[in-house]
Design a binder for this molecule. Structure first.
Ligand SMILES: [Zn+2]
Length: 317
């Protein structure tokens, strides 16, 4: 990949982060701003009238109309946490500012929490990224390729349809020869109808799709897209094909990122979350410091989930 301004942009330094989000009060203020930008609003009846009080060291807001009580974190990804918000915000910093993300094991070391807590924080934040990216639609010109997760050859081509591999579709929107946005989605199979269903959600009608010869990619036409199949060779020859250069480059980056940060994640169970994390960081790469408030907002808008729910990811992909 040629050097460019995005790769050399200045992210947020740890010193700068500590200055902005180093205290519990600063994190609470950032969370309040993300959740109630125009002041408190009751989640049940939408009334702004309220009183506040403290119970067991926790600040609570009580609606003056319906008496409903809420804490700052209730109903968000931070709900029921026993950890200080500063720990969560540091996790958000590490997850967004590192080029290849960070594993739960490394997060455990950096945050000084147990592995279970680090894993849960990471997966709840990944769930927020997944939710945030679900509605992203690619348009104009999109390069499309099929790949799979699992084992050593994540991102590779062989193993199509193999049982313990998780098939996923990689799509990259380009403009003037440069990549703009991407999507990576686990698919249950490669049937034409499955591809069509994916395209209706992931691509705007009228998108021009350039793909390799996988016959079921013709399904994008059912979603109102035009399809240009380009039969080409396999292996290195295909990776260098100019019409697929970005989708292949991103698949290579994804493979390195997953190999470096999560050695043994369970692809069938958590594959979509890892893909969404990579997708989120790629699609927000234009402004690294803005990724912090953006992920805080995504976490606020994600429903509160129990540990059991987060661990049973495959049931609600
Ligand atoms: Zn109310």
């Amino acid at each position: 990949m040629p050097m460019n301004r995005i790769q050399f942009q200045r992210g947020m330094s740890l010193v700068e982060f500590q200055r902005c989000y180093g205290t519990e009060a600063q994190c609470e203020a950032a969370l309040f701003e993300a959740r109630w930008p125009r002041g408190f609003v009751c989640a049940r009846c939408a009334s702004p009238w309220h009183s506040t009080f403290e119970r067991a060291g926790q600040r609570l807001w009580q609606c003056a109309r319906c008496r409903c009580q809420s804490s700052l974190t209730a109903g968000t990804a931070f709900a029921a946490t026993k950890l200080p918000l500063t720990v969560w915000f540091l996790a958000i910093f590490l997850l967004t500012q590192a080029k290849n993300g960070i594993s739960a094991l490394e997060l455990k070391r950096q945050l000084g929490v147990c592995y279970r807590s680090a894993w849960l924080i990471k997966h709840k934040l990944m769930q927020a990224m997944t939710r945030r990216e679900t509605d992203r639609r690619l348009e104009a010109v999109v390069q499309l390729d099929d790949a799979f997760l699992g084992g050593e050859r994540t991102g590779g081509k062989r193993g199509r349809g193999s049982e313990n591999k998780v098939p996923f579709v990689a799509a990259v929107q380009t403009a003037e020869g440069r990549p703009l946005f991407a999507r990576f989605d686990v698919l249950p199979d490669w049937r034409t109808d499955t591809v069509a269903g994916w395209a209706r959600q992931a691509l705007a009608p009228g998108t021009h799709v350039v793909s390799d010869g996988l016959s079921s990619f013709v399904g994008v036409q059912q979603a109102g897209c035009t399809h240009e199949p380009i039969p080409h060779g396999t292996g290195k020859q295909s990776a260098r094909h100019p019409r697929f250069i970005w989708v292949n480059t991103l698949l290579g980056n994804l493979k390195r990122s997953l190999a470096g940060t999560c050695h043994a994640f369970k692809a069938p169970k958590y594959g979509q979350r890892y893909l969404a994390e990579f997708q989120y960081r790629f699609n927000h790469r234009f402004d690294l410091p803005a990724m912090i408030p953006s992920l805080v907002l995504a976490a606020v808008r994600t429903d509160a989930r129990s540990e059991r729910y987060v661990r049973l990811a495959e049931l609600h992909r």
